[in-house]
Design a protein around this ligand. Structure first.
Ligand code: AMP
Ligand code: GLY
Length: 425
């Protein structure tokens, strides 16, 4: 069997889950990761090139000569890392920049959906703060949803309950440029209601194969309170997402998006993340991401039965149609342990207790996010620290196992939600 060496770009829980899955493949050769983290360093050889450093990663590929480079995070994809790797002669998994724009520009994605009749919230685009505010005042409907056009570390969406909130959001985004150039334009959008669902999908630019669904818990505190975060925990499958929803999305959202991108001369090859809301008028797109979700990946990939390396190759070689992708019927739950204070200020460098030498704990899989490994010990090194993940035949049992494992791990001021997967959410 031909083994292949793989370089994974990124260093969070998502990348750890990808690396763990790749490791299960009998075809997996050497595994490299940059920058990785403490837990990933137990599974792959790590390097200190930043995930956003396009030239640095190309130089690393020249040194390591991997058979495949898997670019996981949004920023390098939007910045054209896959283009740069391919131009230097290296095979890479992930969309080129002209397709990653689906996440890189909300104006682009909203206009694409409008043009191709893909269901999404109604919207207007503004390049001028006064005009945006005049529109919001005239609409007089709250909450008003304001989105910065470009990437904003997941913080570019503001739900405004009053006109004063909208004034502040427009000032922050468009005048003070708290998200930099991302705020040169804004989308003002209709407020939608309903359960949110994340669906990741493999696509080779023609065929799209959705993965099993998942549900993210974005707010920092129990009961969906507190600030938005990168995600405090996930479950798969998403209990709100029916087969009828899946069929509707395939016909009206997933395949039409892939077709639209191809028609625009921007074939999307890689993993496309559909952030959906199941509104009273049917499923609608809240956002596209040009990559695997974090922490969605941590509950989706453990359920994948087909060899991930075979899928990555089929995507690259545009043979996805031929490949049958199999999933287990198990449920999976991930509880994120974060540093107290996250998503605002928090401390780093605190020792994590309860993990074994591999950074794992009995009864669950611990995907490391913000950790580092020094002299046989693990330390916190970020806001989201660990994704403690368990699989079982029922969701209740998967959650019980994940929380049992969480109770064995400790670091100073650790914070996690106690209600991941609760029926009421
Ligand atoms: P995003 O950063 O794009 O994932 O958006 C953050 C969160 O804002 C989403 O998960 C939704 O909960 C919420 N959101 C975004 N757009 C809308 C909308 N049009 N209506 C209601 N909620 C929204
Ligand atoms: N969990 C949301 C994201 O990956 O964007």
């Amino acid at each position: 069997m031909e083994k292949i060496d793989i370089l994974v770009v990124g260093g969070g829980g998502r990348e750890h889950a990808i690396i763990r899955k790749l490791k299960e493949s009998p075809r997996c050769g050497k595994l490299y990761c940059t920058p990785g983290n403490g837990g990933i360093s137990r599974d792959a050889q790590c390097f200190d090139v930043a995930a956003t450093d396009v030239e640095g990663v190309v130089a690393l590929a020249r040194e390591l000569k991997p058979d495949l480079t898997f670019v996981a995070p949004d920023d390098p994809l939007v910045a054209g890392m896959v283009d740069a790797l391919e131009e230097a002669g290296f095979a890479a998994f992930g969309p080129r920049a002209n397709a990653a724009i689906l996440e890189g520009s909300k104006v682009f994605s909203k206009n694409l959906m409008k043009q191709y009749g893909i269901p999404t919230a109604g919207y207007e685009v503004f390049g001028n703060p006064a005009e945006a505010l005049a529109y919001i005042r005239k609409q007089d409907v709250y909450p008003a949803v304001i989105k910065a056009d470009g990437l904003a570390l997941g913080k570019g969406v503001v739900l405004c309950d009053t006109y004063a909130d909208a004034e502040k959001a427009i000032k922050d985004i468009m005048e003070d440029r708290v998200f930099g150039e991302s705020g040169s334009r804004v989308v003002v959008e209709e407020f939608l209601t309903g359960p949110e669902v994340s669906v990741l999908a493999f696509t080779d630019g023609k065929t799209v194969k959705p993965m099993v669904s998942s549900k993210d818990h974005k707010r920092a505190f129990d009961g969906d309170m507190g600030p938005n975060t990168g995600g405090m925990g996930t479950i798969s499958p998403n209990p709100h997402y029916s087969q009828a929803d899946a069929d509707y999305c395939m016909e009206h959202i997933f395949q039409p998006t892939i077709n639209a991108m191809r028609q625009e001369g921007r074939p999307f090859k890689g993993c496309l993340y559909f952030g959906l809301m199941l509104t009273p008028k049917g499923p609608k797109v809240i956002e596209y991401n040009c990559r695997f979700g974090d922490p969605e990946t941590q509950v989706v990939l453990p359920r994948l039965k087909t060899d991930l390396i075979d899928i990555l190759e089929a995507v690259r070689e545009e043979r996805l149609e031929e490949l049958e992708i199999e999933w287990s019927d198990d449920a999976c739950a991930c509880v994120v342990m974060a540093s107290g204070g996250y998503p605002a200020a928090y401390k780093k460098g605190l020792e994590i207790r309860g993990l074994n030498a591999e950074g794992q704990v009995y009864g669950a899989t611990v995907y490391h996010a913000g950790t580092k490994y020094e002299k046989n010990r693990f330390y916190t090194n970020g806001g989201r620290v660990l994704g403690v993940t368990a699989t079982s035949d029922t969701l209740e049992d998967a959650l019980a196992k994940a929380y049992e494992a969480v109770s064995r791990i400790d670091f100073h001021n650790a914070h996690y939600r106690k209600d991941i997967g609760a029926v009421s959410l």
